[in-house]
Design a protein around this ligand. Structure first.
Ligand code: ADP
Ligand code: MG
Length: 587
């Protein structure tokens, strides 16, 4: 990664004006977290294996980063805090093949102009450390003191001389959160180093150096994620990817839980993040984002880090190809690990991974939600009297449907205990798979066409995806400038989709018109239609009809344990858990 192993030091030199011009200029110091980022990067570039970050008042009062790296010789200290002087780039460039984290020679100078900065450093061959202070850009005199080899940079009173910028800072608590998140990103990028965060004289967090990417990921994302994760490995154009991603049910409401590391640098990249998300396409609701860490190692010539002053955003050579391949690697990995390691060995082989769905229950203490729900609602007997045994082909045990709660949740039992099934989710998954197999849906002509007013984007989608719409079973004709008439709607096993489903489908297609992929467009179409052609919540369904749905579900690959929008289909409550609730543990 940066430097690769134990980096060797080069002297600090001033960059040529021509090189300076080719460097992305801009502000690198925005808040305590950006100071932490720059200083920690310097420590890592110096080959540090232990980095201690101290924050006082969330970093507003004082930030200190101490390392055991190779240090700076006394005669170069003044250059270290000078603008455009660096040991990481030859004075004449080039800036297109960068392996260190820093290279612009600007961070210390920039921080020194807006704070009281003090740098103390000792190279291994010297007896003592040399210190230098910079106050609001004014460089002080050198002094000596004792210190183990390495460097300490202290930044006090950030923005003391630029009150306007100090005003933009958040509360100390919020700034501290950002600063710790920054350390976590650096740790994920360099898990071989140990990071310690101290705050107001106490230890706040410890990230022990490890050679295991899994351990590092667990430290940052929480050990529970690992139990619900899958590994990604594979080749990419110009390199490879390794990583650990959470299963769909761990997905978060924002995209912040996905960490991307490229050549030892934590980065943000919309195209890559979107590619990862696209790999989850039929597993995630629209409001959820994958969680995890992906480490990409790419030929440095394919990565342009000289795009943004903070180097957090990078550009890739042949970005589209890279994103496509990344999506494929993640997709393959997701489909190859359909169930969670918690799954009991006796789980019926072909039923959609029930233990995955039951996981949220395991977390909850006290009576789990389904039980609470069952207490409040009455258990309505299924329309047909006799419980119908369902024996999914290939299953080791049969599922007996007992009844339906609130025209939505079916209660069933099998040899292992109780099973609750969401009738909409189950049916939706079956329709979806059917749709993807057949490629089109039947259509039902309406007695009287239904008018539909469409927005500009929806009209554009209608025109751009005429063929997809036709295969979906909708028949639509223009009827005025913004109005259309729906003549026919999709029909599936006698169930007819509503005309409003067309609008949703158009929204999906309009969203899919962005640079996503043709197959994901198909998948979106299918998911959107399946949702509308499926048995709905509140539909009163006969036990026989639902038994047929379950049979078809059991025939699907085990990976389809969630509905196309990512909600669980089935929750399993093993007999043992029921026994514990009723305090029958001994029996
Ligand atoms: P850059 O990292 O882009 O070179 P900086 O302003 O961050 O610019 O640092 C300037 C120089 O000071 C670096 O090139 C490096 O030689 C030296 N330096 C800064 N921090 C450290 C450190 N913690 N250990 C060793 N050298 C450092
Ligand atoms: Mg730097």
């Amino acid at each position: 990664m940066s430097g690769g192993g134990s980096p060797t030091r080069s002297p600090i030199r001033r960059l040529d004006p021509a090189t300076v011009e080719r460097i992305a200029a801009g502000e690198v110091v925005e808040r305590p977290a950006s100071v932490v980022k720059e200083l920690v990067e310097n420590s890592l570039d110096a080959g540090a294996t232990v980095v201690t970050v101290t924050l006082e008042d969330g970093g507003l009062d004082r930030i200190e980063v101490a390392d055991n790296g190779f240090g700076i010789p006394p005669q170069e200290l003044a250059l270290a805090v000078e603008r455009h002087a660096t040991s990481k780039l030859r004075p004449e460039g080039p800036v297109d093949r960068i392996t260190s984290l820093g290279f612009r020679g600007e961070a210390l100078a920039a921080i020194g102009t807006v704070s009281r900065l003090r740098i103390v450093s000792r190279t291994p061959e010297r007896e003592e450390a040399t210190g230098l202070s910079v106050v609001g850009g004014m460089v002080g005199r050198r002094s000596t003191r004792g210190r183990a080899p390495g460097t300490t940079v202290e930044v006090a009173d950030l923005f003391f001389n630029t009150p306007a910028r100090r005003k933009f800072l958040k509360s100390p608590a919020a700034e501290q959160v950002e600063a710790v998140a920054t350390v976590e990103r650096q740790y994920l990028a360099h898990p071989e180093a140990t990071f310690r965060v101290r705050s107001d004289a106490r230890d706040l967090a410890l990230y022990p150096g490890t050679s295991s990417l899994r351990d590092a990921a667990a430290r940052v994302l929480g050990p529970s994620l690992l139990r619900e994760s899958f590994e990604v490995t594979g080749r990419l154009p110009g390199g490879r990817v390794r990583g650990i991603l959470g299963r769909p049910e761990t997905a978060a409401p924002s995209s912040r839980g996905l960490h991307l590391v490229v050549n030892g640098r934590p980065i943000t990249s919309r195209p890559l993040a979107q590619a990862v998300r696209a790999a989850y396409i039929d597993y995630l609701p629209r409001t959820r984002y994958p969680v995890g860490v992906l480490w990409l190692e790419l030929d440095p010539e394919r990565v342009d880090v000289n795009v943004h002053p903070t180097k957090q955003e990078v550009r890739f050579h042949r970005e589209r190809e890279l994103a496509d391949d990344l999506r494929r690697r993640v997709r393959e990995a997701l489909l190859a690990h359909p169930s969670i390691s918690e799954a009991p060995a006796s789980t019926p082989a072909r039923l959609p991974s029930p233990s995955a769905a039951s996981r949220p229950l395991a977390r909850a203490s006290g009576p789990p939600p389904p039980l609470a729900a069952a207490r409040q609602r009455t258990l309505t007997p299924a329309p047909e009297a006799a419980p119908a045994p369902v024996r999914p082909p290939g299953a080791t045990s049969s599922l007996r449907l007992l009844g339906c709660i609130g025209a939505l949740y079916w209660v069933a039992e099998d040899a292992e205990g109780m099973v609750l099934i969401d009738q909409h989710a189950a049916s939706e998954r079956v329709v979806y798979e059917d749709l993807r197999r057949q490629g089109e849906l039947g259509c039902q002509t309406l007695m009287s066409p239904v008018p539909l007013t469409l927005s500009g984007a929806e009209r554009a989608a209608l025109e751009a995806h005429a063929e997809a719409i036709r295969r979906s079973g909708f028949r639509v004709e223009p009827f005025g400038p913004e109005t259309y008439r729906v003549h026919a709607v999709p029909v599936y096993r006698g169930r007819q989709a509503q005309t409003e489903a067309l609008r949703e489908l158009l929204d999906e297609l309009a969203a899919g018109g962005r640079p996503t992929l043709p197959d994901s467009l198909e998948e979106r179409t299918a998911a959107s239609l399946a949702c509308h052609a499926a048995i709905r919540a509140g539909d009163v369904v006969g036990v026989e009809e639902f038994a047929r749905v379950l049979e078809e579900l059991a025939r699907l690959p085990e990976s389809s344990y969630a509905c196309p929008h990512g909600r669980p289909i089935l929750i399993r409550l093993p007999r043992g858990r029921l026994d514990r609730w009723f305090l029958r543990t001994g029996t």
